[in-house]
Ligand binder design. Structure first.
Ligand code: HQG
Length: 188
């Protein structure tokens, strides 16, 4: 893959994330309750409503090669695996999380997080990861990453529900402060 092909794949992935997670209406698209839409319909709406000429094979390629496996393509239908701000029911079964899960954030949010817990913001869930490295990368999108350790097992035993998306992201409604501990701050 050339550098340009990779860049255009990333652009298309971002566009798909926007449309399938946050704003299908922006191109006149309607998702079903679980967030799925026909691939052919998506292609058509991207062309007519979004002024973007892509074919189904290009989208399938992005789905396959996406670094975080952000999309699912099954039986000619596509959806985002997680990350939604619009109300969709991914149909995930609650499951027992690992002992600890990690959340990457930045220092400017800490005071509020330590006061209010982790809240989903515009998304439907708080996003957590089983690997500390992933949390570091997520935090680093906004600045110097601060890693929070979530006592997921104890939270689970206290009755909180956890879900694992198709691409391995752990989702939960909120994380009250009592289960959060700061794991360490990156050196500049
Ligand atoms: C913060 C990307 C103040 C939270 C990533 C985060 C992820 C609070 C921000 C996925 C807070 C929300 C999600 C509180 C939480 N007060 N700030 N009480 N509670 N926050 O983007 O977890 O590449 O909605 O720490 O990889 O950063 O797009 O969530 O900084 O998996 O596929 O509020 O997005 O995936 O930000 O990222 P986001 P996130 P993709």
């Amino acid at each position: 893959m050339t550098k340009e092909q990779r860049a255009s794949g990333v652009r298309l992935s971002k566009r798909l994330s926007y449309v399938l997670r946050h704003n299908p209406a922006s191109i006149g698209l309607v998702l079903d309750d679980a967030g799925w839409v026909d691939l052919d319909e998506l292609v058509e709406r991207l062309r007519v409503g979004g002024g973007l000429d892509v074919d189904p094979a290009q989208i399938a390629h992005v789905v396959e090669t996406n670094d975080k496996q952000r999309f699912q393509l099954v039986d000619g239908r596509i959806r985002a695996a997680q990350g939604h701000s619009i109300d969709v029911d991914l149909g995930l079964e609650p499951q027992e999380p690992p002992k600890v899960l990690w959340h990457g954030t930045v220092e400017r949010f800490l005071e509020s997080i330590m006061e209010n817990g982790l809240v989903p913001g515009s998304r439907t869930h708080v996003h957590l990861s089983a690997e500390i490295e992933t949390a570091r990368t997520v935090g680093a999108r906004r600045g110097r990453p601060v890693i929070l350790q979530v006592d997921a097992q104890a939270m689970y035993r206290a009755g909180h529900k956890f879900f694992r998306s198709a691409n391995g992201v752990w989702l939960t409604a909120t994380v009250p402060t009592q289960w959060i501990e700061q794991a360490g701050m990156e050196q500049p």
